[in-house]
Design a protein around this ligand. Structure first.
Ligand code: ACO
Length: 429
């Protein structure tokens, strides 16, 4: 049986070092002792985009990208999507265990009773133009919440943290729906405490005159989509939440940063980009030409909704969504863009370019088709990602704050700029 150590020989000096290996990692700081002389800073690793760097120890979400496995707190995503609700899953992600009946009821009560937003937040939203992107509006409104709850700065106080968790999970759907209604010129529809988390969101979005009847199939479909999006370990937006939160800023400001990260088309903006791509392709017969363009562009034109940094096999969330699409289309009617999506998938999965690079549909490939069929406008899609993901962001933020190994995030750099040089006055340049 070998030892849990790594022996490194520095060929620059001929010196040998033995470093401990724990959980399949070495501590980057252990490399600092490897020096060519007293003036040398010590060895570092160079890892742009952190493709091979573990920045934390976590007990929340497990992904095996090669096998296509996603578990929250040990529970497979397939079982949660089948049997749980988004609020129960959010409790699990945040607390580590499934709730008892009493814990569940208290949790749902607390979320339900924090859905109202301060009337002044409406003024923040009203300040935006009618065509403002709802993700920008959400980012601003969530950031603004920090000024309404100054006690949220006490991030080391667990009870204070808990209140902000209730508020953030409860208020995200309200802000999203109000942003949509602002764009549509509709009066804001206030939360209804008699409805479920998703039922309430649907009525805040789509209620017009009279009583809005929530369709149970669409309510459940939205809940499942929220479960699938609730956490995904150390992705770009979660890393933003942890990184910004590590300065001990309040959770609203850190969440605003995470929303900003999610906004990008390579992350949460991808579901929106998929729909725009399908629209642009226009018909099934144009699919081969688009695939050809992707392959020949050298990475400039991408098949949006395909590929993933971690999944090198089918994204398990995409599998669940694809199955669910049929149930939704039975209620809403079939989305005509589905045929283009299916043809893209069929060709890409048998094309050497995509097979060789292990590019499979990710969560965003089919989710947009469902959202569109449910009448959500395309630019609201990333917002529909942010609403459930706030549970994961908050769980990761709390884990970071409780972790004695963590400090303010501060990576190193490899400096390749000028050596010291003297300032030249403007008239002498
Ligand atoms: N279409 C065409 N080619 C692609 C695609 C794609 N969607 N994704 C990757 N490639 C190619 C790249 O051009 C590259 O080719 P090369 O080796 O010839 O240079 C190779 O596959 C590897 O790609 P990378 O960009 O190095 O892979 P990375 O792990 O950095 O990127 C990412 C992952 C960002 C998700 C990428 O696959 C992508 O841009 N996909 C489309 C956007 C998307 O769907 N994002 C959603 C991600 S899931 C989420 O955030 C919820």
């Amino acid at each position: 049986m070998g030892k849990d150590t790594l022996t490194i020989t520095d060929n620059r000096t001929g010196k040998t070092y033995e470093l401990p290996v724990e959980h399949g990692t070495i501590k980057a700081l252990d490399l600092r002792q490897i020096k060519t002389g007293p003036e040398d800073f010590g060895l570092m690793t160079y890892d742009p985009a952190y493709t091979n760097t573990a920045s934390c120890k976590s007990r929340i979400t497990f992904i095996d990208g090669d096998k296509g496995i996603l578990n929250y707190r040990g529970y497979p995503i397939e079982q949660l999507a089948e049997q749980s609700t988004h609020l129960e899953t959010a409790y699990l992600i945040l607390n580590g265990e499934l709730p008892s009946k009493q814990q569940h009821d208290e949790w749902v009560f607390n979320i339900t009773h924090h859905t109202m937003i301060h009337e002044n937040i409406k003024d923040v939203l009203d300040g935006f133009r009618y065509d403002a992107h709802p993700m920008g509006m959400m980012l601003a409104a969530v950031g603004a919440l920090s000024t309404f709850y100054p006690e949220a700065k006490q991030v080391r106080d667990k009870a204070v943290r808990r209140d902000q968790v209730f508020r953030l999970i409860a208020k995200m759907p309200t802000i999203a729906a109000f942003a949509y209604r602002h764009a549509m010129g509709l009066p804001y529809a206030y939360p209804d405490n008699d409805l479920s988390y998703c039922g309430n969101f649907l009525q805040m979005m789509f209620k017009t005159a009279g009583r809005y009847k929530v369709d149970p199939v669409l309510e459940r479909a939205l809940d499942v989509l929220f479960i699938l999006h609730a956490d995904h370990e150390q992705n770009c937006s979660t890393s933003a939440m942890r990184g910004v939160g590590s300065s001990e800023t309040d959770p609203y400001s850190a969440t605003a940063a995470a929303i900003a990260a999610l906004y990008g088309p390579l992350h949460g903006g991808a579901n929106e980009a998929v729909l725009r791509m399908l629209d642009e392709i226009g018909s099934k017969d144009k699919v081969p030409a688009f695939i050809k363009e992707c392959k020949e562009s050298g990475g400039d034109v991408r098949l949006m909704g395909f590929g993933h940094r971690v999944y090198k096999n089918y994204d398990p969330r995409a599998k669940i969504i694809k199955k669910m699409a049929d149930q939704v289309f039975e209620v809403t009617g079939r989305n005509p863009l589905l045929d283009i999506a299916l043809e893209l998938e069929r060709i890409a999965l048998s094309d050497e370019y995509f097979v060789k690079r292990k590019l499979y549909p990710n969560v965003d490939f089919y989710s947009g088709l469902i959202y569109q069929a449910m009448k959500f406008p395309v630019d609201l899609f990333p917002v529909l990602f942010a609403i459930p993901r706030v549970a994961g962001w908050l769980a990761q933020w709390e884990e970071m704050l409780e972790d004695k190994d963590q400090k303010i995030a501060r990576p190193r750099q490899v400096y390749l700029g000028h050596d010291r040089r003297d300032y030249v006055p403007l008239e002498s340049r």
